[in-house]
Design a protein around this ligand. Structure first.
Ligand code: PLP
Length: 425
């Protein structure tokens, strides 16, 4: 029996379903990790995988990036948690604000879920309105405000509204189709109680779905006209699309932004920030409450400062190189799938892509759902056998990291070719 299997059986006895986040499970059991470095991850049976799951997008710079490891090591010697303010928190917030000029003020939190929960509460407190609008298939974390027709693991496991969630909460979350500005306009027209519209500017939790031309501009215009706030959930796109996120990429200024994942490049940190008048609603000066023991802890903050410094310093190399590698990988995959006459779509932008086994152009939740998931499962299993680790779900995205070499990309193309041949059978 493999070591992973042994660990899984042991794990199932003490951890529900044997894993600590549902997206990590796949049949018959996931590999258990021993260590990681650069573009690779090793399991407890000694197999090496090229990692394209990359912490669901967090590891933009790859595993154990040297600058980050050394600043965290230095901070470890000075302390791990003070629960009193530090200069480095101020420095990090200044850096975030500089990279994201719409984020006049920033609160550091731990997870993307905390960031979106705070953003929504802030929007309600500021506008004195009750409801929010989200888009079908967008995932903003695992709390009741947003766990309505969500993507990611919720879509994968067919959970539209979680049991245990309160109807009183979810009925205040209205859902509109992604890329459907007309539907958004009509909901905003009919509902006068909308505090905010929250959106993933590029939807990375339904596979990858790109915003159609004008969609994001339409949301900005419609929210302003209706005196609702616009929340850009940039937990994935934040540092992935540029050092100033999707908002810089598309030149749109949201009222509130949430960041996470690549902010810490493998360390636990997230942020919520936005207009000063909105952010000043936060307690203790304001009356919107938010708090956390580990918020702004010096380990995560030192990791984030180092990540941001690295991303800023090498941005003219990192982003064009990632995009180039992603484009070349995707173009090879398109050729292979077309030669094999497999109906497919590949959506791609920056350093992200996903393949869907469908004839339909994938622009929203229902077109993403039209993809043949049995084929995707086959693809995933074969990729794994060939040393490529992508997220084990159709409703996730494949992420490249700066640590992927040209050789890694070549190996990946070969593995996809083998895997797609199996899908064809
Ligand atoms: C766009 C987006 N927002 C929020 C979250 C929640 O972040 P976390 O898992 O850190 O709570 C995620 C997680 O995948 C996400 O993709």
């Amino acid at each position: 029996m493999s070591n992973s299997k042994k660990l899984f059986l042991r794990s199932k006895r003490v951890i529900p379903s044997g894993i600590n986040s549902p997206v990590r499970y796949y049949d018959p059991y996931p590999f258990f990790v021993a260590r990681s470095q650069g573009s690779s991850i090793w399991d407890v049976d000694g197999h090496r995988y090229l990692d394209f799951c990359n912490g669901y997008g967090a590891l933009l710079l790859g595993h154990r990036r040297k600058e980050i490891i050394s600043s965290v090591s230095a901070q470890l010697k000075k302390g791990t948690l003070y629960c009193a303010p530090t200069e480095i928190e101020v420095e990090l917030s200044e850096m975030i604000s500089k990279n994201f000029p719409s984020m006049h003020k920033v609160r550091l939190v731990n997870t993307g879920s905390e960031a979106t929960m705070t953003a929504i509460r802030l929007a309600r407190g500021f506008t004195k309105k009750k409801k929010i609008i989200k888009f079908e298939g967008c995932y903003h974390g695992a709390h009741d405000y947003v766990l309505v027709k969500a993507g990611s693991g919720a879509a994968h496991n067919g959970i539209s509204i979680s049991e245990g969630g309160l109807d009183e909460v979810s009925k205040n979350t209205l859902v509109v189709q992604y890329n459907n500005s007309q539907e958004l306009a009509s909901v905003l027209e009919n509902e006068k109680d909308i505090a905010a519209v929250i959106v993933e500017p590029v939807l990375a939790n339904m596979g990858l779905v790109l915003p159609e031309e004008n969609f994001l501009n339409d949301i900005r215009r419609l929210t302003t006209e209706n005196e609702s706030l616009l929340i850009f959930d940039e937990v994935v796109t934040g540092f992935r699309m540029s050092t100033g996120g999707a908002q810089k990429y598309y030149s749109i200024k949201p009222d509130i932004t949430t960041l996470g994942k690549a902010l810490g490049n493998g360390f636990v940190i997230a942020a919520v920030g936005g207009r000063s008048d909105v952010m000043d609603m936060l307690s203790p000066e304001g009356k919107v409450y938010q708090a956390s023991t580990y918020a702004g802890n010096p380990i995560s903050v030192s990791a984030a400062i180092s990540s941001m410094k690295t991303m800023n310093k090498y941005k003219t190399k990192i982003y064009p190189m990632l995009e180039k590698k992603c484009k070349s990988l995707v173009s090879s995959l398109r050729d292979i799938a077309s030669d094999l006459q497999i109906p497919h779509q590949i959506n791609s932008i920056s350093s992200m892509f996903q393949i869907f086994f469908t004839e339909q152009t994938v622009v929203d939740y229902s077109s993403a759902k039209s993809s043949d998931q049995t084929k995707f499962r086959k693809l995933f299993n074969e990729l794994l056998k060939n040393g490529i680790f992508v997220a084990p779900s159709q409703f996730e995205t494949v992420f490249l990291s700066y640590a992927h070499s040209n050789e890694d990309i070549d190996k990946t193309i070969v593995a996809y070719e083998k895997a797609l041949k199996t899908v064809k059978r």
